[in-house]
Design a binder for this molecule. Structure first.
Ligand SMILES: Cc1cc2nc3c(=O)[nH]c(=O)nc-3n(C[C@H](O)[C@H](O)[C@H](O)COP(=O)(O)O)c2cc1C
Ligand code: SF4
Length: 376
């Protein structure tokens, strides 16, 4: 019997061959100035060969003033297009129908590399110990333009779609959240105002690249911070984004400073990577954003990608069969086992995901390139 996770489904006009999505995973494998390297191409070839239906790249910066980590992939200049095209070609060639989406990113106040970052408002960021400067209207216009230009480059580099990173406390998430957005102009205050920068990016991108190029978005179901977005607000935001025309919504949660608020006595440690919870060692702990996604699914008409602690095939089947999500996002399981989708799609009997959710991989990003620290 054909299993639901092996069935194809569309995101916008593109057909995804199965329901497994590699959720964006920052790699730190680009060159210092953000170029695609041979190592990065090999990394994506292995992922594509592993059977996943859709790969979302790691955070890719649209402007140097939004760079988040060293050796981050960039899409802020036209001379990067040939390298990015090599990346899409390798995925299309070796992935047997696998699609690739670039995640467009601006770090705002959460940057490991910028001393004087900008943000919607000058709200102190305790993880990176920085008070950002408040963006001017001109900064906002320039940032919208940077995203729109990055989308054009993505299409020229033959990505199948783009995803706006509006989750995890980065710039677009900072605009959405009343915790980080204290503006009194048309970009702050009401939900409509906080969504405005995303709406401008969306509309100008459609004008520029046409309606057939899918635009996805990753957003927080909850900031898990007092004064931040809660489920009630995220449902309203998701409804607006769905009506606007986003091709898919990926549901995640958290901002970086949640770590400090919850683990103040311990200080910062990669194990507390807030969006990637540790110790998913029982089925009860899996799919930790599912209760939120179920509510969001009720108010949107666009496919939902659920991510966060999903580790077992029977849980995946239930989520899909019950219509609580259309696609399953996997990050850490594919760092550990890039061929896990093929194991699940082609194997028999219970196939256990080997990732133990220890976040050693998050730690690896602090000092160098991404790796699973549990892998021999
Ligand atoms: C090492 C690492 C890097 C990540 N990089 C990104 C990223 O570039 N963009 C993003 O949206 N989320 C990123 N995330 C979050 C994941 O996409 C995902 O939302 C989270 O890890 C939960 O899914 P999982 O339980 O399948 O790992 C990262 C997570 C980890 C562990
Ligand atoms: S280090 Fe390896 S086992 Fe640990 S969370 Fe990351 S991918 Fe999973």
């Amino acid at each position: 019997m054909r299993k639901i996770y092996s069935e194809s489904k569309k995101i916008g006009k593109i057909e995804i061959k199965n329901r497994f999505v590699r959720s964006a995973t920052g790699e730190r494998i680009a060159s210092e100035d953000g170029r695609v390297t041979d190592e990065l191409i090999e990394f994506y070839k292995v992922l594509a060969e592993g059977g996943v239906g859709l790969i979302i790249t790691g955070v890719t910066y649209v402007h140097e003033n939004g760079k988040g980590i060293p050796n981050q992939l960039a899409i802020d200049r036209d001379d990067l297009i040939p390298g990015l095209r090599k990346l899409t070609e390798i995925v299309h060639k070796y992935g047997e129908g696998c699609k690739i989406v670039v995640q467009l990113h601006h770090s705002g106040r959460q940057s490991m590399v910028l001393d004087n970052p900008m943000a919607p408002s000058a709200v102190f960021e305790p993880t990176f110990h920085v008070k950002p400067r408040e963006m001017t209207k001109e900064d906002i216009v320039d940032t919208v333009e940077a995203f729109v230009e990055a989308a054009r480059r993505a299409e020229e580099a033959r990505f199948d779609a783009i995803q706006l990173h509006a989750a995890h406390g980065y710039l677009l998430s900072q605009f959405l959240s009343p915790y980080t957005n204290k503006r009194t102009d048309e970009y702050g205050g009401t939900i409509e105002n906080r969504v405005r920068i995303i709406e401008e990016i969306y509309k100008k991108t459609v004008e520029n690249v046409g309606p057939d190029f899918p635009i996805l978005i990753k957003m927080n179901v909850d900031d898990f911070l007092e004064g931040g977005i809660n489920l009630d607000e995220s449902m309203q935001i998701a409804e607006i984004l769905s009506k606007m025309g986003f091709a898919a919504i990926e549901t995640s949660g958290c901002m970086w400073e949640v770590i400090l608020r919850t683990k103040k006595e311990l200080g910062w440690h990669p194990a507390f990577n807030p969006e990637a919870r540790i110790n998913i060692d029982s089925k009860e702990k899996e799919a930790y954003h599912l209760p939120y996604a179920k509510e969001i699914k009720k108010v949107i008409n666009t496919p939902l990608i659920l991510v966060g602690g999903i580790r077992s095939l029977d849980i995946i089947e239930n989520i899909l069969n019950e219509g609580n999500a259309d696609f399953i996002g996997l990050c850490r399981p594919l760092i550990r086992e890039p061929d896990l989708p093929n194991k699940w799609l082609k194997g028999t009997g219970e196939i256990t995901c080997e990732c133990i959710s220890c976040n050693g991989c998050t730690g690896s990003l602090l000092s160098g390139s991404l790796r699973c620290t549990q892998k021999k």
